[in-house]
Design a protein around this ligand. Structure first.
Ligand code: LLP
Length: 431
């Protein structure tokens, strides 16, 4: 199976975290997001352990809640010692409502509104990652009016494109996020930020991309950022104390995927940071990471019911389900690949090749094409694997479909953590 928490019961049912997915679909209905709490907790601890072992615990892991934002997730990661990365007022609101301590929150956004900045300042968010000069200006004024000093980091584009086969160190100037290193923009921003009386510049942030399978681009980002911190010290005499290296470690979506385990990636980054600091005689900064996908992605799956099957001779076979791009838009958006299993036939071989189609009035509403699957019949339960990240968080109400329910499974027991939306929920803002 794709992840170690998935097994098959003696009666051929797909099990996740000790719970029978066929029974879950029957009790809770479909589409149903199922998350494995133990796996989420193990991943949180895995990150924490590496920081403890390799860096004396001098860091904070902030779960990138854009991957999955709901109150229970913030409670779980908080209880494992993690903080949260939020990128909107909505994520910040959810985190605070769940009881996540504000000082463990990192606030992102390349286009934050004054309302969002005010919220961050009022609640005393630990770090606001500033993206552009007008934001610095606005935040300084907001902090002044509130009688606060805002702790900030600056988002830097380190010039690393990690999404090519052999990563390259140019070409990332064309990004809407942050200040470019190569052009001198980043140095100018550091100088500007250090002069605002109501802002306290703690350090720098970079994020080189997502679903990255290898260690080297991350290690290179660590080296580039420490070199830049050293240059800042040389030029303006400012020693920054914090470095946030973003998120990005990839996960297994298909049997062919072979990502480096996140532990290896974090070890490589920390080694690069330590080495660069020693070489420059720079004090080792407090380190932050913001993993999202690698904490929740593999811990989730989505259950659907087969509503119909259409065999188009010599062309393709459609298996049509009671969900689709509304609960998982990733194939429609990125042609992302997934594995699917018929949960009630999980012990049988996957002998058919199908296209899984959703309910939306849109031909591109697919979960995937050319997917191996057991022989599907109406009423079967289909499980799409590794949907824990960027599925619920990217869900939409297209065609006025209500959002699906989410259950958290722990040691075989399931509890609802996001209830299924009703049609009343769908019209609640209509006048
Ligand atoms: N920090 C920052 C500043 C980010 O922009 C992101 C992701 C993360 C952390 C977390 O990255 P992760 O560890 O999850 O790779 N919707 C896309 C993914 C977009 C990721 C955007 N930023 C998808 O479904 O693949």
């Amino acid at each position: 199976m794709l992840t170690p928490n998935l097994t098959v019961s003696p009666d051929g049912h797909l099990m996740i975290g000790g719970a029978d997915t066929v029974a879950l679909a029957k009790t809770h209905g479909t589409p149903l997001y199922v998350m494995d709490e133990n796996m989420i907790r193990e991943n949180c601890r895995g990150y924490g352990n590496v920081i403890a072992e390799e860096y004396g615990g001098n860091g904070l892991i902030c779960f990138a809640s854009k991957a999955l934002s709901c109150k229970e997730l913030y409670r779980i990661v908080d209880s494992e010692g993690l903080g949260a990365d939020v990128v909107s007022g909505g994520e910040l609101y959810t985190a605070l409502k769940a009881g996540m301590p504000a000082e463990k929150i990192v606030m992102h956004g390349n286009s934050k509104t004054n309302t969002e900045l005010q919220m961050a300042v009022t609640h005393g968010v630990g770090r606001i990652v500033c993206d552009n000069l007008p934001e610095l200006e606005r935040l300084d004024r907001i902090a002044e009016k509130s009688g606060r000093i805002a702790n900030i980091m600056l988002r830097i584009k380190p010039g690393i494109d990690a999404h090519t086969h052999d990563f390259v160190k140019t070409g990332q100037i064309d990004s809407k996020f942050g200040f470019a290193l190569e052009t001198g923009e980043a140095m100018a921003a550091v100088k500007a930020a250090s002069l605002y009386p109501n802002l306290h510049l703690l350090g720098l942030h970079c994020h080189i991309g997502s679903q990255i399978l290898d260690t080297e681009p991350f290690a290179e980002a660590g080296r580039v950022m420490v070199q830049f911190m050293d240059k800042i010290r040389d030029e303006i005499g400012l020693t920054l104390t914090e470095l946030n290296l973003g998120g990005g470690p990839g996960i297994r979506y298909t049997e062919e995927d072979d990502p480096k385990p996140f532990g290896e990636i974090v070890r490589a980054i920390l080694a690069a940071v330590k080495e660069s600091c020693e070489r420059a005689d720079y004090p080792k900064p407090f380190i932050l990471f913001e993993p999202g996908r690698s904490i929740v992605g593999g811990a989730g799956l989505t259950l659907y019911t087969v509503m119909a099957k259409k065999v188009i001779p010599n062309i393709r076979t459609y298996v049509l389900i009671d969900g689709g791009m509304c609960d998982n838009p990733r194939y429609a958006l990125y042609h992302s690949r997934y594995e699917a299993v018929i949960a009630n036939k999980a012990a049988e071989p996957r002998t058919e090749t199908v296209t899984i189609g959703g309910q939306c009035c849109e031909s591109g509403d697919l979960i995937g094409e050319d997917m191996p699957l057991q022989t599907a019949e109406c009423g079967d339960t289909v499980a799409v694997l590794a949907t824990g990240a960027y599925n619920y968080s990217m869900a939409s109400h297209y065609n006025r479909n209500p959002n699906a329910e989410m259950v958290m499974v722990r040691d075989g027991e399931a509890r609802t953590v996001i209830r299924r939306e009703t049609y009343e929920d769908i019209i609640r803002c209509d006048i």
